[in-house]
Each structure stands twice: as structure tokens, then as C-alpha cells.
Ligand binder design. Sequence first.
Ligand code: AGP
Length: 608
Amino acid sequence: MCGIVGYVGEKPAVPILMAGLQKLEYRGYDSAGIAVVDQEAIWVKKAMGKLAVLEDRLNGTRPDGVVGIGHTRWATHGRPSDENSHPHQDGRGDFAVVHNGIIENYLTIKQRLAAAGHVFASETDTEILAHLVEAYYDGNLEAAVQRVVSEITGSYAAAFICRHEPEKIVAVRKDSPLVIGLGQGENFLASDIPAILNHTRKTYVLTDGEMAVLTRDAVTVKSAATGAPVSKEIFEVKWDAVAAEKAGFDHFMLKEIFEQPKALRDTITGRLTPTGADLAALGLEPALLAQINQVAIVACGTAYHAGLVGKYIIEALARVPVVVDIASEFRYRNPMVNEQTLVVVVSQSGETADTLAALREAKRKGAKVLAVTNVVGSSVAREADAVFYTWAGPEIAVASTKAYTSQLVAMQILALSLAQVRQTLTPDAIGEIVAGLKRLPAQVAAVLAGTGTVKAISNRIKDWDNVFFIGRGVDYAVAMEGALKLKEISYIHAEAYAAGELKHGTLALITEHIPVITLATQEQVLEKTVSNVQEVRARGAYVIAVALAGNETVNEYADVVLTVPQTHPVLAPVLAVVPLQLLAYYSAVARDCDVDKPRNLAKSVTVE
Ligand code: AGP
């Protein structure tokens, strides 16, 4: 996700801002920029690409200003470009702003400001902040920022500077992190601690709804809503720089597992209406969706497993046939797709070679292509007819977690959209799913609050060479993802099977105490799944079940049950996979594996 830095003190701001942005590079970005108050003007330099490109642009032209802000952009609204890079300014250049997050109501505000004569230079949601603060400014930057904040909805960490008040930075936060570094005769601002560790370990961590005013000699924190002063405790950072990039987590994978509530919230933001999915969000006309008579989902690895879940959900809700293909198979089997096929390519990186080739084959055959990807402006995003961005933020660990659950939400919203267009669901049924989707972030957070049992179970499976995952229906698709997670980071061989398939051969492999992880969230087939649990228990297996809270049946037969909150059956995969992600993580740690960079694997497979 985006990175913000700020400096106010006695030294030239530019080198401090650039060094701070370098410390935030691990967050992933596609462009960067800085703004400095210099000789009563705002000086801005920004560029698409890595910091080295910005560095080149700075060559020789470095202002001496001692107050400034900087930004690395992870694109959400608006493709990566010079114009879309931050900082953004108002029409007169009196202000500059940097932002991390998503302004949900930016379009209506942009339309109103444009009608009032404001001219916009970018496609971003952020730029409206610069024009709004200009519209509201009457000599008091804090007051103007308070009015801006009272009007916008969504998630934001934002920092403003103004040439009329050259000695300060005003910063606000809601749902996106901001920390203040407390120095001697200087103060710092950053999205994350690594950017300020070289200067100070004394920090204020801003919380939602707070506004900070930084000058070289003081930092005051107020309520952004009321302006009332807020007293903050100093948080002394004990971490070293590397640990700080992981926000105190031991691995990026664990950090990203715990980022899932925010990833889901951001991916859902702005895509649901009280009556269902916002069809425009898909970038596909309802009339086009109505002509679809087949959906083909194409992807690799974990994204393929998201597609498998998508199949069950889309067929259940929209009653349209769905085929799911591994991209490296799809591209060579002369696929039967045409103008009435919606091909959905799913790719976290948007650069997977097989998936990109499959996209091109689908387009060659006349199909409409919807991309579900986590990287704005990626190859898959650029070549698809429409894009549904998962807003999970950069995923650093090779093993995909938050991108996967965000892909599941994308599948659920796509299924809702198709069901609305094909009128296969009643308004009540749609409303139930919409309400369930909105509850998911908090429910995932609740699952994450109880990781002790999973950690204990990982000690039971870490020494096994083979582990089985079984499930029926959409649980089988989740079992596939659970098996891959365990395989790819703990190197334990894991196999997923349709639970009803065991007796056709695999049951021969069930021996005394072998771990069998059973997904049992689907009420409709629960009785059958319980029978499968009894089958393997009778042969000595150690059964770990994942079930919805309140379904006691499986408790009677499994050795241990990991319960997740009650939810709609089509939403259950988002919750059920979280214990499996944690199980894989703790097993890999127990086996002393390189969790974030497993052997032989790459984060993005850009070759065939
Ligand atoms: C996920 O845990 C794996 N690292 C891998 O299977 C990955 O999902 C696959 O390579 C597809 O990547 P993509 O989503 O970037 O296309």
C-alpha cells in the first residue's frame, strides 16, 4: 500500500524525505513524489517508477525548505503515471497533500468541485483533498482540514502542507496507519515506523479520528471532528529496522494473514449497495452480463483455488455454468469459449505468464475478459476488458493469503452481480449475502483472535510427511487451498480430496494417527461429511475439523474442531481458510522453514 513521510525541522527536508521513502519501499509502489515548502511556495517533484527515477528528476534542483511531505504510491484509483503520482496540489499551488487509502465518495465531491471551476490534473481520488482544502481554507489549515475530513468517507492517512503556513504539517488518519516521530527541534511523520527509526524511537501512534499538527518544536494531537486536544502516550519503538517492516510480526506472511480484515474491508468498500452488488464496480455493463451463458475462470495456484470457490458460488447464486481451468492447461486445449463467455482471469500479481497467455487466447476467441487482480496497471489489468481490483495492498510473502481471501470476495460480488442481472435471487436473499459480506472483516478478525489452538495443532502435524485435507462442495475447494498452503511453506506433502472420493482409493493411505483436516462448513452436506470423518477415524486418523460455530454434529466425531463464526454458506470459505493459513504458517515455523521465501518458489511466475 502507499507510503507517507513528513519532516518539519531545521535541516533541508529533501534528503530526509527521500531516505524515509526508501525505508518504505518494501511496501510496494509504482510511483513516488515529494513536496517542500520553499521560499513561500510549494515545490513539488514526482515521477512514475521507482525512487531512482525521482532521484534523477531531483538532480541538481534541491530546495532548501525544511518542511515537506513525501509519498510512494500503490495505485488504486488511476493507473500508475506521473500525473497520478502524489503529492497532489490545488489549482493555485497553495497546498500539497499525500494520501494512503481510498476516498469512497470522491466522485461526487470531484463533480461538485469541477462544477465550481476546479480543474483536476489526475484520475486519482486523492486530488480532491487538495481542492477541498483550498475551497475551505480561510487562514487556518487545521480548521480547513477538519472540514475536509468531515465530508469524505472511506479510509485515509493524509498529510497536508500550505505555503501560507510554512512551518507546519497537518495530518489525519482513519483506517490507514500514521505514526509521528518525536525529535529534538524536529518532528517526523510516516505510514510506518521503518521510515523514522534512523531519527527517533519516540513516537505517537495516531488512532482513527485523530489529527496531528507538527511544527519543529511541538506536536499537538486533536480530535479531527471536534478539535478537542487529545493526550497521547509516547510509544518507545524497541524493534530493529527489519522487524519494523513486518510491523513487529516475525514474518510478512503472518503480518499479511492479520491484514486480512483490512484487505477485505477495502476490497468491499464502494462495491455494495443496500440492494446488492454495485454492477458498475465490475466495469461490465448489465446488458453484457445478461448475455453471458457461460463463465470460464482461469488462473494458477492459489488464484486457481479462488476460482474453484467462485465456480460453486456463481453456479449456486446465478445459475450459470462455470468452468475453472488452470491457465497452463486452458491456453493449450483450444478452449470452447466465445462472445457469450465471460472469462475471469484471477491473478494477484497480474503478471503470471500462463494467466496472461490464457487471457490473450480468450480474447482471440472473442470472449469478454474480466480481470481480478491486486496490482493496478498490471499486464492482466491492462489487457482485460474490465478489471475488478482486490485492494489487499502489496503481498510480500510468496504464499498468498490476504490476496486469496480478497479474491474470494471478488468472486462473491461477481456472483451477486450475475444473480441480480439474471434475477435468480430474491431481494431478501441478496440482502442476506450483502449483510454477510459486510460482517466478514470483523469475523475474520475474530478468527484471528483465537490462534492458540491452531498453533498447538501445528505441533501435532509438523512431523508428518503426509497430511490430507477433505471437504464437500465449496469446502473441497477450500481444502485445495489449505493443502497448497501447507505444502508450499512447510514442505509437508499435503493432498486435498473430495470427501466423497476417499473410498475410491485414497482411503488406502489412511493409517494410524495420520492427520486429516476436514472442512465441514456446508450444512447441506454436513451429514455426509461427518460420515467421511467416521470413515477415517475408524482407520485411526487424527481428525481436525473446521466448522461453523453452533454446528455440534462434527464435534462428536473429530479429535479437535476449529470453529469459525456463523455466516452464509457461500461466504464460509473466507472464514474457513484462515485457520488453514495459520496451520500452514505455524507448521512451517516449527519446521524452521523459510516462511516468506519458500525454496524453489517465486512470488510472481512470469515465465512459462
Ligand atoms: C500462492 O500461495 C502461490 N505462491 C502461487 O500458487 C500463486 O498463487 C500463483 O503463482 C499465481 O500467482 P498470481 O495470483 O500472481 O497469478
